[in-house]
Design a protein around this ligand. Structure first.
Ligand code: ZN
Length: 376
């Protein structure tokens, strides 16, 4: 039996909580195990980032094998699972990512890649954002190799989209709607075909209008979906984040949409081969469009709380329980007995320690570790 004990914490609602992780899963408290002292800290389920393009100087579309180097650092943000995101790119990049995610480095300790998020190429030219124009495809493919893919973002107005969504869903892939000028009718049909997610609400979508709520309006009001939001204080005006939150606090998912510049000095970077500049926390391409973020998940939790009425429990659920639910992963995003041992210890919204599958993947204050078999 291997395990750790997390003692003297409180849950995200402020109730006293101790728990153990034994053989990788959340278990009843066992104080005889090596112990993490969570006195004064919140003990929450580890965060899940379903849209991350890279970080710490690495871009997953350029080099999919870098997902492991980045994953080893994501616990600094409280992230314990992530979907490496590949943006519109030549087909060989997706194949390379499918290969890279299956080759786990020996002794890897870090956030778990739980399936790729393929964003493109089946997107609207009009709402492509920074996706390369010449690589977009206006008709859905007849066949797609879905191995290692968790999410595909597709625009509802793409030709043949309904049968494409049906095939994705039948293969266990979540179809997410985004980069789209779709009407509400087109969106409704895509949901009818089985789409259950929206990609970065309001960004790269048609605006809400009086008689056509469009993709954004349907995502906010239709209980069949979850939707991602980039809560970095830049992608959404505070009023729009409040609108999203108040419309569906149980279906809102915090995502970072982070690029390689995340955790790095500001300046010139590259996202999937597109040159971008990071200045005052905003990432823009040559035309001035926002092109991903340098957001971290712990910051997204803080921004949601600062901007809306969300409590710490509600904000951390938006970073853990909600993405787990959207992906159909009952074993993640919860501290229930039997769930995967993914835990984040927070001081306010500051990450103090992160445990992935029972392993300490990050610890800011090593004096909180007692009897650990190795010094993390
Ligand atoms: Zn996007």
């Amino acid at each position: 039996m291997t395990g750790i004990h997390i003692a003297n914490g409180k849950d995200s609602a402020g109730v006293a909580l101790s728990l153990s992780v034994i053989n990788g899963v959340i278990s009843d408290p066992n104080a005889s195990l090596p112990t993490v002292d969570a006195d004064g800290l919140t003990v929450a389920a580890g965060f899940i980032d379903i849209q991350v393009n890279g970080a710490y100087g690495h871009d997953f579309t350029e080099d999919p094998t870098s997902m492991w180097a980045v994953g080893s650092r994501l616990p600094e943000q409280g992230v314990t699972s992530f979907c490496p995101t590949i943006i519109t790119s030549p087909p060989d990049r997706i194949a390379a990512a499918q290969k890279a995610i299956a080759i786990r480095p020996d002794g890897y300790v870090g956030a778990e890649p739980i399936g790729l998020h393929i964003e493109g190429p089946y997107l609207s030219q009009a709402k492509r954002g920074t996706h390369p124009k010449d690589l977009l495809v206006s008709a859905a493919p007849r066949q797609i190799d879905t191995s290692e893919i968790a999410i595909v973002t597709v625009a509802p107005e793409i030709q043949g989209v309904l049968s494409f969504i049906e095939r994705l869903v039948a293969a266990g892939v979540v179809a997410s709607l985004g980069h789209s000028a779709a009407t509400s009718d087109e969106t409704d049909q895509a949901l009818g075909a089985g789409a259950t997610l929206g990609t970065h609400l309001f960004n790269a979508m048609a605006p809400l209008t009086a008689r056509d709520p469009g993709l954004a309006g349907v995502l906010m009001t239709d209980p069949r979906t979850h939707f991602g939001v980039i809560a970095d204080g830049i992608h959404l005006a505070p009023e729009m984040l409040r609108l999203a939150w108040r419309s569906a606090p149980d279906r809102l998912i915090l995502v970072t949409d982070a690029i390689s510049a995340t955790g790095m000095p500001e300046g010139a970077y590259d996202i999937g081969g597109v040159p971008v500049t990071v200045n005052q926390g905003a990432v823009r391409n040559a035309t001035g469009s926002l092109a991903g973020s340098v957001l971290t998940m712990d910051r997204a939790v803080a921004v949601l709380m600062e901007t809306t009425e969300a409590s710490l429990k509600e904000a951390t659920d938006a970073a853990s329980l909600h993405p787990a639910t959207a992906l159909g992963r009952a074993d993640l995003g919860t501290l229930s007995i039997g769930a995967r041992g993914d835990v984040v210890l927070l001081d306010g919204t500051t990450v103090v320690a992160t445990v992935v599958g029972g392993e300490i993947a990050f610890c800011k204050e090593s004096d909180r570790l007692r009897g650990m078999p190795r010094d993390p």
